[in-house]
Ligand binder design. Structure first.
Ligand SMILES: Cc1cc2nc3c(=O)[nH]c(=O)nc-3n(C[C@H](O)[C@H](O)[C@H](O)COP(=O)(O)OP(=O)(O)OC[C@H]3O[C@@H](n4cnc5c(N)ncnc54)[C@H](O)[C@@H]3O)c2cc1C
Length: 266
């Protein structure tokens, strides 16, 4: 048997998606004091899309996004690239936990996926987004028997899943392993996750969002930069952002019209 250590000796420990010539350089660090309407901490999908949507809703907002490493560097740039409509990590899980709200959750999930697709299209983000759908496959007879029942459950909550018999699933995946499948044609897109993050950064920054290799640090009780001419400080801003132990980027969003001030250190 091949020695796995030898086999991997030339491997580079770089996440597949981030090992891309299109990877942009990290933005330069933000040093000093900045005032803004909305400060977003973290350049993953959550932060990048927050900044983008804030600017879309109100282009006059002064939005600053700070990132400790590089936009898309963390989970957002190294995930599996499956973008599912389901907000409950699958219908079966949602049915077990929230049967009464599942119809609403399914509807919101479908609208959310569509909104992502629309946003990607609106900003021309090149991330190989494709509504491939997904197949849930059966490899055992008892699983194949349950597929029709599952399709009925999905239909009750407004999702259409196409039932494939063995021949039909083999026409899609040429393997004798699969005895049947359910095809959710609409509820899943596949994409290049790193390119999505980099693409989200681009329209965000052209809309005057700053993006920097800048970590947010806990605000000190007596900021070194406090002065009479700049009375509002990171520590004293209403519901200001503190990290950790109570991360509160939401606080800045909630006080979007209240100037935030951040003091960054390197
Ligand atoms: C291996 C793996 C596979 C996955 N596969 C899938 C999948 O197929 N489909 C799916 O939908 N989801 C998947 N996920 C989950 C998905 O990737 C995450 O839910 C999503 O990327 C989280 O985005 P985020 O912006 O919240 O966090 P992150 O992408 O982690 O971004 C947070 C950012 O904040 C920055 N940051 C943190 N602290 C500070 C600070 N103090 N100051 C400044 N910046 C800071 C970090 O550097 C980071 O860049 C997967 C996750 C992993 C790890």
């Amino acid at each position: 048997m091949a020695d796995p250590v030898r086999a991997l000796k030339d491997a580079q420990p770089v996440p597949f998606w981030l090992d891309d010539p299109a990877r942009p350089d990290a933005a330069s660090a933000l040093v000093g004091d900045v005032r803004c309407d909305l400060l977003v901490v973290g350049g993953g999908y959550s932060g990048l899309w927050t900044a983008l949507i804030a600017k879309e809703r109100d282009p006059s907002l002064d939005v600053v996004l700070i990132e400790a490493q590089q936009a898309g560097w963390a989970a957002s740039g190294r995930n599996g690239g499956f973008c599912e409509a389901s907000l409950t990590h699958g219908l079966a899980n949602g049915y077990q936990r929230w049967p009464d709200e599942l119809g609403t959750l399914e509807r919101l999930g479908a609208a959310n996926l569509q909104a992502m697709e629309d946003s990607i299209g609106r900003h021309g983000i090149d991330c190989d987004w494709e509504r491939t759908g997904s197949l849930v496959v059966a490899t055992e007879p008892y699983q194949a028997d349950g597929l029709a029942e599952f399709a009925e459950l999905a239909a009750r909550y407004g999702s259409r899943l196409d039932l494939l018999d063995q021949d039909a699933v083999r026409a899609e995946i040429d393997s004798p392993t699969f005895l049947g499948a359910l095809w959710d044609r609409e509820g899943v897109a596949m994409l290049n996750p790193a390119r999505l993050a980099w693409g989200l950064r681009r329209p965000a920054s052209t809309r005057a969002c700053g993006s920097s290799s800048t970590p947010a640090r806990p605000a000190s009780p007596t900021p070194r930069t406090a002065s009479p001419s700049a009375p509002r400080t990171a520590a004293s801003a209403p519901a200001g952002w503190r990290w950790p132990p109570t991360p509160s980027p939401r606080c800045c969003a909630a006080t979007a019209r209240t100037p935030c001030r951040c003091t960054t250190t390197r």
